[in-house]
Design a protein around this ligand. Structure first.
Ligand SMILES: Nc1ncnc2c1ncn2[C@@H]1O[C@H](COP(=O)(O)OP(=O)(O)OP(=O)(O)O)[C@@H](O)[C@H]1O
Length: 600
């Protein structure tokens, strides 16, 4: 038996009943194994249970017991694959549900706060409200205000979330923002992976209290994993699931019920001890005594608690699954993403102000180094031509780096937000990619163009006609876009910025060597010459050199174009550069589409 997918059509509620539906999430005989190269790890061993509506359901256990795995399975973030063997059945109100259906009645809050650092708390909520809720703009803004108030985030609503590049709100505020981001759509169920980790005890208490009120006052199903709750938090847990090595040792009502149960099987919690601490100590797999006692826990659970849970499962809420009522158009999604990316661009110094300064300073510096290289009218020597070639090749590398660098630095991180939001069905990959590209292409093309404009007359490049200048600027802008395309590709392929930064130069070195400057294009060995066609530098260098050295009147006596053996004309080179830039961008899009399937 494998985990049931929604092969039979589920009953779907009418739209207006979305808010009223109570949902019990039931899981039966969940067994999960990860196959590794040489062995396999049995993570969950046929566990069954129930997460009840209108209650706070907490999963506790020793480290590595399988809590997060269970939460991920319930939220359909783990599926069967060649390495993941998942068996059992997951039901919501006795209906099977797919990952897509999960997002229609539930939300998932990850352990890490994956938020965009350059947005304020309010902007973050507003974005979610715009894409996740219905109603007029005023109603959406009101919803945002309500959530800010409930989460006590009004004071910092206009502060940036913050991160590596921007200073921002505190850890507790970040956690509340992550929760608020999911609460905005008012889901019937909310799953949270360690919502209190890394927080002080009071902030942790406030968060659990908020979730408890959400469950009790609005009949919601709240499910979370938690490590070492304080005694105050412990008393707020309505339904507790204790897990050791992929099996339950307790499942049932929280508070004193758990303490009494363990006393009844011979494990008495010392007076004045926090019950959660005591239970964590007997669940820990580190001690030999605990390992021996595990047999008792499992036997007693099977004898006393499993029948009760099976009865609860039989009596669980039956009914219909709510259907999603909010579906925004592609155009609206693109507009929202474009607006958000514009804010990020303006506020992240790496993306805008640093690049502006860098463009101006580098242009002036390079202009001073290559100041007024003699042209055809000044009896140029071969050395002058070599200098000019050096400048052109350096310049196309610079235009490329100006675009790829910020992208490689920021995209791997931003990608995590994309994966989370796409998984919550806020938008699709296409609108996200288009919206992001629209915003990113402007600086990627603009800064190389601006630098080129500054440097052109300083170097003394070809001013035979205005077309020469425009062509130079145009090619540098396209070169910037090809850098952006490759930056997206590296950002998609590599997990984090550090890896991307380390690997990108390794990709660029062959591109440079086959760019036609360090070695003449006619001199590559035939078995390896094909690499030159993957090099954006080859095309941009060929285009700019031919633009520079072709004169209407008297040209260079040495005929540099012939010397360099270009095998493509000026416009053919531009065509290939545009094609390569498109190819990088489209491959990046395909990679991102494939990547979204790997959110777990
Ligand atoms: N996709 C996977 N591939 C390999 N091993 C995995 C995978 N998912 C989980 N595991 C392993 O399964 C075990 C349970 O992991 P899980 O994250 O569910 O534990 P946990 O109870 O949440 O632990 P903690 O409290 O320390 O976060 C761990 O040993 C983990 O290494």
């Amino acid at each position: 038996m494998s985990v049931q997918s929604s092969s039979k059509p589920n009953k779907v509620s009418p739209k207006n009943s979305y808010q009223q539906e109570k949902i019990d999430v039931v899981f039966k005989a969940i067994d999960f194994t990860v196959k590794k190269k040489k062995n396999q790890q049995h993570i969950l061993r046929g566990v069954s249970g129930i997460c009840k509506n209108s209650q706070v359901n907490a999963i506790l256990g020793s480290s590595g017991a399988g809590k997060t795995t269970l939460l991920n399975i319930l939220s359909q973030r783990i599926q069967n694959s060649s390495t993941h063997v998942l068996k059992g059945q997951i039901l919501a109100n006795n209906c099977t549900y797919s990952a897509d259906q999960f997002t229609q009645f539930a939300s998932y809050v990850m352990q890490d706060d994956i938020l965009l650092e350059a947005l304020t708390v309010k902007e973050c909520f507003q974005f979610a409200a715009n894409l996740k809720t219905t109603g007029t703009a005023d109603q959406k803004s009101q919803k945002v205000q309500e959530i800010l108030k409930i989460l006590k985030l009004e004071r910092c609503q206009n502060t940036f979330i913050g991160g590596n590049f921007v200073k921002g709100i505190s850890g507790g505020e970040k956690k509340r923002t992550s929760i608020g981001y999911e609460l905005i759509s008012n889901p019937q169920c909310i799953f949270l992976d360690e919502p209190t980790s890394g927080l002080d005890s009071f902030t942790a208490y406030c968060i659990i209290d908020l979730l408890r009120r959400y469950a009790h006052d609005q009949n919601k199903t709240v499910v979370f994993t938690i490590h070492q709750p304080s005694s105050d938090i412990w008393n707020m847990l309505d339904h507790v699931m204790l897990m050791v090595e992929g099996q339950f040792i307790y499942q049932g009502p929280g508070g004193m019920n758990v303490v009494n149960y363990f006393s009844s099987i011979g494990f008495k919690c010392p007076i004045h001890s926090n019950p959660a601490d005591y239970l964590m100590s007997i669940m820990s797999t580190g001690s030999e005594t605990n390992q021996k006692n595990q047999t008792i826990y499992f036997q007693e659970y099977s004898k006393h608690l499993r029948p009760e849970i099976e009865r609860d499962i039989k009596q669980s809420q039956q009914g219909i699954l709510p259907s999603k009522t909010v579906k925004t158009s592609y155009f609206y999604q693109i507009a929202q993403i474009t607006l958000r990316q514009t804010k990020i661009l303006k506020r992240n110094p790496i993306l805008f102000s640093a690049r502006l300064i860098q463009s101006i300073v580098i242009s002036l510096f390079i202009g001073a180094i290559y100041w007024q290289i003699p042209g055809p009218q000044d009896n140029p020597t071969q050395r002058n031509i070599d200098d000019k070639n050096g400048f052109i090749f350096f310049w196309v590398i610079g235009a490329f780096m100006m675009a790829i660098q910020p992208c490689v630095l920021t995209f791997p991180q931003e990608k995590q937000t994309f994966l989370r939001e796409e998984n919550s069905k806020l938008y699709s990959v296409g609108p996200y990619f288009i919206g992001k590209y629209i915003v990113d292409m402007l600086p990627s093309a603009f800064f190389p163009a601006l630098s080129s404009l500054i440097v052109y007359w300083m170097i003394g490049l070809n001013t035979d006609n205005p077309g020469k200048v425009l062509f130079f600027i145009f090619v540098c802008a396209i070169q910037g876009l090809s850098g952006l395309g490759l930056g997206y590709l590296c950002g998609c392929v590599f997990q984090n910025a550090q890896v991307a930064i380390a690997v990108t130069p390794m990709l660029l070195v062959p591109c440079m060597l086959f760019g036609g400057y360090y070695k003449n294009q006619g001199d590559y060995a035939s078995w390896i010459a094909w690499i030159q066609y993957l090099s954006p530098f080859k095309y941009s260098f060929a285009a700019l050199a031919q633009n520079e050295y072709s004169y209407e009147g008297q040209g260079y006596p040495q005929n540099p174009i012939q010397q360099m053996n270009f095998n493509l004309s000026m416009w053919e080179s531009v065509g290939c550069l545009i094609g390569l830039s498109f190819a990088f961008t489209i491959i990046a899009f395909v990679m991102l589409s494939l990547l979204k399937k790997k959110v777990q």
